[in-house]
Design a protein around this ligand. Structure first.
Ligand SMILES: *Cc1c(COP(=O)(O)O)cnc(C)c1O
Length: 486
């Protein structure tokens, strides 16, 4: 073995670097817990500056030092654990699950066939069964863990096509016009899945949303009949639980009843909000999810698991074997479906032990941790909404359903365009200051600041500080603008 290979696999160096990294991360975690962390949620750098810095770093190669390497990456990443991180919908992972992830990376078992990931395959199945039971699915429910909500939604819709379409698209290719119905507010990946499947513009029938950005389910019947009359074969309805921009939950019960009545596949895009099933307090928000044929649920968003870990659960387990053929292989072969050879059902061939990360949490803390966490962040969503409502300088987009809250500074007498620019400029300044990290969205043409409260260390006090800072920035910016006017 060459020296360089020997060196790369040095057990001693791995031990030393590993200890050092865990210490770095634990120090950071401890400083956050003690509220002694001196930096903000983000140290923003422009793409060019970041690229330049890392180009300089790469010039030191070969360089066995990792302390600086890892602390640079830590500094130049958004810090989800920071109590003033209020940005995208991704949770700070529970440390034990990141260790499970490290183990999975180290083992690098391929998981496509059973023997290339025995522990990963068995633990994944137990996670799937736990979720299925929690959702209220029958005994025959089954599924798997896959790489993200986007892929899970596409996979589920392919299964739906395999079961519901009148022709065998898998074998014969596309003929006729297939379509699904979904809220106009749904995540863009549903639209994208439709186009990947070759259904085109006519394949996605967008149902208008109401004032709270929920699907107007009372319109489903009319849209369905209009599509049928135009020769379109509608095979599915996708419910959003919840929408990404505003965290709005469609009436899953109503969609479930509609699908049962018209023999349609009911898929729930629960990437963010299916996790509410674990909260005793908030589970009622997703009532009707138990009627779904398939549910996608991200563990990396609301369930404290490192990315990307998404459960895709089918109410009839056999449907999970239909994705990549019209009639499942096992029906041809008259063999039992092999739950343990995952690649028959997943897009992935090689797949890391992603289910093991979720398993490590359930095994260490039980489902009680999910209940507490989901309930806490949804409660904080309500607290932020209450603070916004109590301040006349702010306007709430909608009363939040969960931990996603959209609002904006609302200066009296300003026109829409002025308000949009003001809020956009506030969000840009907040990003550059870096104390807080939140994001933005446009709702029916209006610019809103968007928070997802996802960090168990966030306190109501942090939310008050945020509103305070926004007010100060708004006044400052309005002052400048007014003084510039002739
Ligand atoms: C985040 C999200 C997705 C995409 O999931 P990824 O895991 O990021 O691929 C899809 N749908 C909804 C409703 C989401 O919130």
């Amino acid at each position: 073995m060459s020296d360089i290979l020997k060196d790369a696999y040095s057990a001693e160096r791995f031990r030393q670097q590993g200890h050092q990294l865990i210490d770095q991360l634990a120090d950071y975690l401890e400083s956050v817990r003690r509220e002694e962390y001196s930096r903000g949620a983000i140290d923003y750098q422009s793409p060019d500056v970041a690229l330049h810095q890392w180009s300089e770093d790469l010039k030191t190669a070969p360089n066995p030092e990792t302390h600086h390497l890892f602390s640079q990456a830590l500094l130049q990443s958004v810090r989800l654990l920071h109590p003033q991180y209020l940005g995208h919908q991704i949770s700070p992972p529970v440390p034990v699950a990141t260790l499970a992830g490290l183990l999975g990376d180290f083992l690098n078992n391929g998981m496509g066939v059973y023997e290339m990931g025995m522990a990963g395959t068995a633990t994944e199945r137990l996670v799937v069964q736990t979720v299925a039971r929690q959702l209220g699915f029958p005994e025959e429910a089954d599924g798997f863990i896959t790489s993200g909500g986007t892929l899970a939604n596409l996979t589920a819709l392919l299964s739906a096509r395999g079961r519901m379409a009148a022709t065998n698209v898998w074998r014969d290719g596309q003929s006729g016009q297939l379509a699904l119905m979904v809220s106009e507010e749904a995540h863009y990946c549903v639209d994208r899945a439709v186009r990947i499947m070759g259904w085109g513009d006519a394949g996605v029938i967008k149902i208008p949303a109401d004032d709270r950005f929920c699907m107007r389910t009372e319109l489903l019947t009319a849209y369905y009949h209009a599509a049928k009359a135009a020769g379109v074969e509608v095979i599915a309805v996708v419910g959003s639980a919840c929408t990404t921009a505003t965290g709005s939950f469609d009436d899953l019960d109503a969609i479930g009843n509609f699908c049962a009545e018209h023999d349609l596949w009911f898929h729930v895009d629960g990437a963010h909000g299916a996790a509410l099933t674990f909260s005793e307090k908030y589970a009622g928000v997703i009532k009707g999810i138990e009627k779904a044929d398939s549910v996608a649920m991200d563990f990396h968003k609301m369930l404290l698991t490192p990315s990307i870990t998404t459960a895709l659960i089918y109410r009839r387990g056999e449907d999970s074997y239909r994705t990549f053929s019209q009639q499942a292989q096992y029906l041809f072969n008259r063999e039992e479906p092999e739950w343990f050879n995952m690649a028959k059902r997943t897009f992935e061939c090689t797949k890391l032990m992603i289910g093991f990360k979720a398993y490590s949490i359930i095994r260490t803390y039980g489902l009680a941790l999910f209940d507490e966490y989901v309930t806490l962040v949804c409660d904080l969503g309500r607290s932020l909404a209450a603070l916004v409502r109590a301040n006349p300088a702010f306007a709430l987009a909608i009363e939040p359903f969960c931990n996603i809250v959209c609002f904006r500074y609302d200066a009296p007498g300003w026109d829409e365009e002025g308000l949009n620019q003001l809020n956009e400029s506030i969000r840009q300044t907040l990003l550059e200051e870096g104390d807080f990290y939140l994001v933005q969205t446009r709702l029916r043409g209006r610019f809103y600041l968007r928070c997802t409260i996802t960090n168990p260390f966030t306190k109501e006090r942090d939310l008050e500080k945020l509103l305070h800072r926004i007010s100060a920035l708004a006044e400052q910016k309005m002052g400048i603008k007014v003084s510039h006017e002739p």
